[in-house]
Design a protein around this ligand. Structure first.
Ligand SMILES: [Zn+2]
Length: 120
C-alpha cells in the first residue's frame, strides 16, 4: 500500500466515524470501523476529537446529555468552521498577494515620485 493510498483510506474511515457518531452505520460497518480504530491511533484520535466537538455542540445547544447531536446544529457548526477556514485562507492569500505585488508596486511609485520631483 502506498502512502497516498493509505491517506485515502483514512479519509474514508473519517467519513465512517462521522456516520457512526450519527448512528448511521450498520453493525457490520461498525465492526469494521472498530477493528480499524484498534490498530490506527490516527483514526482513534480523530474519533475522540469528533466526539469532543459533538459534546461542545450539544452543550452549546443546551443539551449536554444528548445521545446524538441533531443534524442542523452539526451542519451549522461545520459551516462556521469552514467559513472561518475560508476567511483565514482568504486573508493569508490576500496578504501573500500584497507581499508579491508590493515590490513592483513600490518601484513604480518611486518612479512616479521621481517624475514629480523632475517636473517640479
Ligand atoms: Zn486510520
Amino acid at each position: 500500500m502506498t502512502g497516498g493510498g493509505a491517506d485515502t483510506a483514512h479519509e474514508q474511515w473519517l467519513v465512517q466515524i462521522d456516520a457512526e457518531l450519527d448512528g448511521e452505520l450498520s453493525l457490520v460497518e461498525r465492526a469494521a470501523l472498530a477493528k480499524h480504530l484498534a490498530t490506527c491511533a490516527r483514526c482513534a484520535g480523530a474519533r475522540a476529537s469528533q466526539l469532543e466537538v459533538r459534546v461542545a455542540l450539544a452543550r452549546s445547544a443546551g443539551n449536554p446529555h444528548a445521545f446524538v447531536v441533531p443534524r442542523p446544529s452539526i451542519r451549522a457548526g461545520t459551516l462556521a468552521v469552514w467559513v472561518t477556514i475560508a476567511l483565514a485562507t482568504g486573508l493569508i492569500a490576500g496578504w501573500a498577494a500584497n507581499r508579491r505585488w508590493g515590490g513592483p508596486g513600490a518601484g513604480s511609485t518611486l518612479e512616479e515620485s521621481r517624475g514629480i520631483i523632475v517636473v517640479q
